[in-house]
Design a protein around this ligand. Structure first.
Ligand SMILES: Cc1cc2nc3c(=O)[nH]c(=O)nc-3n(C[C@H](O)[C@H](O)[C@H](O)COP(=O)(O)OP(=O)(O)OC[C@H]3O[C@@H](n4cnc5c(N)ncnc54)[C@H](O)[C@@H]3O)c2cc1C
Length: 471
């Protein structure tokens, strides 16, 4: 049997700045690239199933165009690779690591198998600026506060970086695999995803276009616009980063090269820093994957209320900015960062529902779902994570709305039934007198919803619950 070189494709669907791909393509032999679709991993990630489908079709074409065959298996990753080891004569086996505790465990099991069969395997850094374990405090412990973490991490990255964005020059005749049967397994049965077609074009080419236009037009005003949900002021690169259609190095380097002196650059790079920080935390504190980083929250008195949870998910809480966010999520598979904070805070503080419920819902609906970012985001809001907003700091959804959506444009875009509500009441429609309601043919309870909780009461009971936790 002839010897073959294998490339295991995982979350790095790009031709540029892809170390495993470039390394293997510098060798003489033919490359057999493959991806393993493990149904269990995508079970509660409905939105991302759509993105994955599109990405696989796109990446298959890109690889085939340079002469690399691409096969998609549906299996458990460890089992699938064990079978490949048995059935193929593997010479070299290359892949990019995924810096997350669950993935590192899978990798180590696979590496054991490859080593015991004398296969020459190599793994490369991929989805972060640097190995999250390599950044530590002077006393060798992990950071838990963002600012000193990022000061050190960025300095270390700039000192050690060796960024060469090699273009692939490999060209061989290709065997085109028929992957349709597996691809059809991936596409969700519910046609919910059809909505996303209007908003997103998955793939590396689009990621590069978005980055270019963000640097050219938006980064200058990023510091202010990033907080205004009615303005498209952010890069919207998050789903592309989640699928490795663009690398964080490419983003960093392009921004650094072009816009170092522009206002907005520092703020934007800090956000890339938050992504690094979330990976740093989850790797040093893997217990965050299933529980609170701050263990005293294990005793917190969460409320179980499925009816209110459902209203939150459906965007029917009666708080316009919260409902707009939840509907944006459902319609587009994405939600603005400011509104993620407001909706998350509403769930954990106003409704006192465990952040894990919210994390699960976001995981299912977000196209950019990424476990470290999502978990760290939720724990930050809930006050049980690192460098978190303290539990007693409770976002007021009315004031947040008035501050960041002062004209109500964001609310009106997603909560159409509030289209005619005057600016004065847009974030508190329940205060609109009945005679004014009838002038615009609007009735709060018939056309929209009364608030599911009273803000002041909810705030007090959250503070009470927090006080009990401290005692
Ligand atoms: C409750 C909650 C859940 C979240 N879940 C996710 C998630 O599953 N996946 C995800 O990528 N982000 C998550 N975030 C972070 C943030 O909301 C998104 O990264 C951002 O809105 C993506 O839009 P963008 O690409 O336009 O961001 P930009 O403002 O253009 O930022 C550029 C990139 O920086 C990173 N980034 C920005 N803000 C953060 C942040 N606060 N934490 C970590 N990285 C950040 C992202 O990779 C983002 O693509 C969450 C935030 C909260 C509060």
């Amino acid at each position: 049997m002839p010897k073959k070189n294998f490339l295991w494709v995982r979350e790095d669907f790009r031709m540029e700045d892809n170390l495993a791909l470039h390394s293997i393509s510098s060798l003489e032999q033919k490359i057999y690239a493959f991806f393993i679709y493990d149904e269990k991993k995508f079970k509660n990630r409905s939105a991302q199933q759509w993105w994955l489908y599109k990405t696989l079709v796109n990446f298959q074409n890109k690889l085939n165009n340079v002469g690399i065959s691409f096969k998609i298996y549906a299996d458990n990753e460890v089992q699938c690779i064990k079978k490949l080891i048995k059935s193929e004569n593997i010479d070299k086996f290359y892949y990019n690591t995924i810096a997350r505790p669950d993935e590192l465990l899978i990798e180590s099991e696979i590496e054991k198998n490859l080593t015991s069969h004398d296969i020459n395997w190599k793994k490369f850094e991929s989805n972060l600026l640097q190995d999250p374990f390599s950044v530590r405090k002077k006393d060798n412990t992990p950071f838990q506060v963002f600012t000193p973490y990022w000061r050190n991490a960025e300095e270390q990255y700039l000192k050690n970086k060796n960024f060469i964005n090699k273009k692939i020059i490999y060209k061989k005749s290709v065997i085109k695999e028929d992957n349709n049967a597996v691809l059809n397994l991936i596409l969700p049965k519910k046609k919910w995803f059809e909505k996303f077609e209007k908003f997103w074009t998955p793939g590396e080419d689009m990621a590069k276009t978005l980055l270019k236009s963000f640097i050219k037009k938006k980064i200058v005003d990023y510091s202010t616009n990033r907080d205004i949900p009615s303005v498209e002021g952010t890069s919207k690169l998050s789903p592309y980063l989640a699928f490795g259609e663009i690398s964080s190095q490419t983003i960093f380097e392009e921004c650094y090269k072009i816009s170092q002196k522009k206002i907005g650059f520092r703020k934007y790079i800090n956000e890339i820093g938050w992504r690094e920080f979330a990976h740093h935390l989850i790797n040093f504190f893997p217990q965050m994957q299933t529980g609170n980083l701050r263990r005293q929250f294990d005793k917190f008195n969460w409320v179980k209320d499925d009816a209110k949870l459902k209203k939150w998910k459906q965007g029917k809480t009666g708080y316009p900015i919260v409902d707009a966010g939840m509907r944006e999520l459902h319609e587009t598979g994405w939600m603005h960062n400011r509104v993620r904070m407001i909706t998350a805070s509403f769930l954990v503080k106003h409704l006192r529902i465990n952040w894990k419920e919210g994390e699960k819902h976001f995981r299912d609906c977000l196209l950019d779902f990424n476990a470290p970012n999502n978990i760290a985001g939720w724990q930050w809001v809930a006050g049980c994570g690192a460098d978190a907003a303290p539990y007693f700091r409770i976002f007021n959804p009315i004031l947040q709305g008035e501050k960041f959506d002062s004209e109500g444009m964001y609310v009106k875009k997603w909560v159409k039934e509030l289209n005619l509500i005057p600016k004065k009441y847009i974030h508190k429609p329940w205060e609109m007198p009945e005679d004014e309601q009838s002038l615009i043919n609007f009735n709060l309870k018939k056309n929209y919803y009364a608030p599911i909780v009273n803000h002041a009461e909810a705030r007090n009971s959250a503070l009470e619950a927090f006080k009990n936790l401290k005692n």
